[in-house]
Design a protein around this ligand. Structure first.
Ligand SMILES: [Zn+2]
Length: 232
């Protein structure tokens, strides 16, 4: 299939282009001195070509190594991610030769007219990261902050860590106005953070009632709290 049938591509603003594939979002952050491709989708199309049509000489950064974010990784030789996600990534990536470069809290990708800072937000996976552009007040939150159900069941996830990471982001919300998640509504506002925290805390304390959900590839339970929900 042609890329045009697989990807929906549009500009969020002058420097941020969105590539959507079956409900998952990637971002091309195009700066004056360099660019970043954030995540690689399911790998249904040629994501490298799609990104090259938007920006030259980009680095690839992975927010977390779930299959809907690393599916297109085989097209690349080098990638950036948090070391706490290396084991999960290696267990799911058949391309053994790929070089992984570590990123840590407060590392900055300086793209010239735009700078993106790494924020560690473990929980959804052990090494989940967000990217923060302090000047333009934008946070890319991947799957950890979003309007749809947040997956907290299965291997590599920790609801306890997720609660701490959400509190950390809530304490930082003077630094951003807009949140760009990889799924569902785009953008979302910072007022989702306290709701996500309350929901996760109630879930942790056993105060929410779950309904069984069959995802086809997994069975889990859905817990709704106000406008947010968790699969746990
Ligand atoms: Zn995802």
């Amino acid at each position: 299939m042609q890329n045009s049938q697989i990807y929906k591509i549009y500009n969020f603003n002058k420097k941020i282009t969105v590539i959507e594939e079956q409900g998952v979002r990637m971002f091309v952050l195009k700066g004056s001195k360099g660019s970043l491709l954030v995540d690689t989708g399911y790998g249904g199309g040629d994501v490298k070509l799609a990104a090259q049509n938007i920006a030259r000489n980009f680095k690839v950064i992975i927010t977390h190594p779930d299959t809907d974010h690393i599916g297109g990784i085989k097209a690349f030789d080098e990638v950036y991610m948090h070391p706490s996600d290396f084991a999960q990534f290696r267990s799911r990536c058949s391309k053994k030769s790929i070089i992984i470069n570590p990123v840590y809290e407060n590392d900055i990708f300086d793209l010239g007219d735009m700078k993106w800072e790494i924020i560690e937000i473990p929980g959804h996976t052990c090494g989940s990261i967000a990217l923060l552009d302090r000047e333009n007040r934008i946070l890319i939150s991947a799957d950890s902050v979003q309007e749809g159900p947040i997956y907290m069941f299965g291997e590599y996830r920790s609801l306890e860590a997720q609660i701490l990471s959400l509190k950390k982001l809530d304490n930082m919300k003077d630094a951003f106005d807009i949140i760009l998640p990889c799924h569902n509504m785009l953008p979302v506002k910072t007022d989702i953070l306290p709701v996500l925290i309350e929901g996760a805390q109630k879930l942790w304390c056993g105060e929410l009632c779950g309904k069984p959900v069959n995802l086809g590839w997994a069975q889990t339970n859905r817990y709704d709290y106000q406008s947010v929900s968790y699969y746990y």
